[in-house]
Design a protein around this ligand. Sequence first.
Ligand SMILES: Cc1cc2nc3c(=O)[nH]c(=O)nc-3n(C[C@H](O)[C@H](O)[C@H](O)COP(=O)(O)O)c2cc1C
Length: 216
Amino acid sequence: MLTPAELAALRQEYSQRGLRRSELEPDPIAQFNVWLAEAQARQIIEPNAMTLATVDADGQPWTRTVLLKICDARGFTFFTNYDGAKGRHLAGNARAALTFWWGAIERQVNVTGTVVQTSRAESAAYFHTRPAGSQLGAWASAQSEVVAGRAQLEAQFAAAQEKYGDAEIPLPPQWGGYRLVPQTIEFWQGRRSRLHDRLRYTRQPEGAWKIERLAP
Ligand SMILES: Cc1cc2nc3c(=O)[nH]c(=O)nc-3n(C[C@H](O)[C@H](O)[C@H](O)COP(=O)(O)O)c2cc1C
């Protein structure tokens, strides 16, 4: 176990590189895709893993990790169970935020925006690319509900396996995608002495992006 002093002393000096305004892509999704490809090239595990923040009906924020599966001009798309906790939060308040942390390249990306559900056709297209076990898991698990024990989950999985056998597994009605349509995207590059680089794109009413440097 770390002592309190050891924990307090944990710190990393960032020194790999800086981020200049002049090197940014004019479009933040293009810039994000450059950074994602670099994270992938550096063999970061699941570089598409992102922390998703949602807010419940009492104003309590919650976070969890989800995987980015589509990133294009429309926004950042992940797939999940609409009936789970995050689904309930997003039904009541469509505003959400995402964070990517790529420690090996000393970078963070923060995104805020509003989510919309993907079309059923888009959800189905992605669902059918998942391994059969993951497809069955989507039928077997009432995400975020309390379960009596692991045996209950395994029995529900076995029941789904029995039901569908080798047939095509249909898209569950409660399963699909959310696309976060970005309002702001901030790129953070760690620098020496905590003088990190932070450049934030903000969507303007007419659709253009304003870029500003923020103090670290
Ligand atoms: C690396 C990683 C990736 C994950 N990807 C997803 C995902 O894409 N979709 C999802 O629903 N849950 C994913 N999870 C599980 C979620 O973190 C979370 O436990 C689950 O979605 C239930 O969240 P909720 O109760 O807040 O709705 C992932 C977890 C980890 C650690």
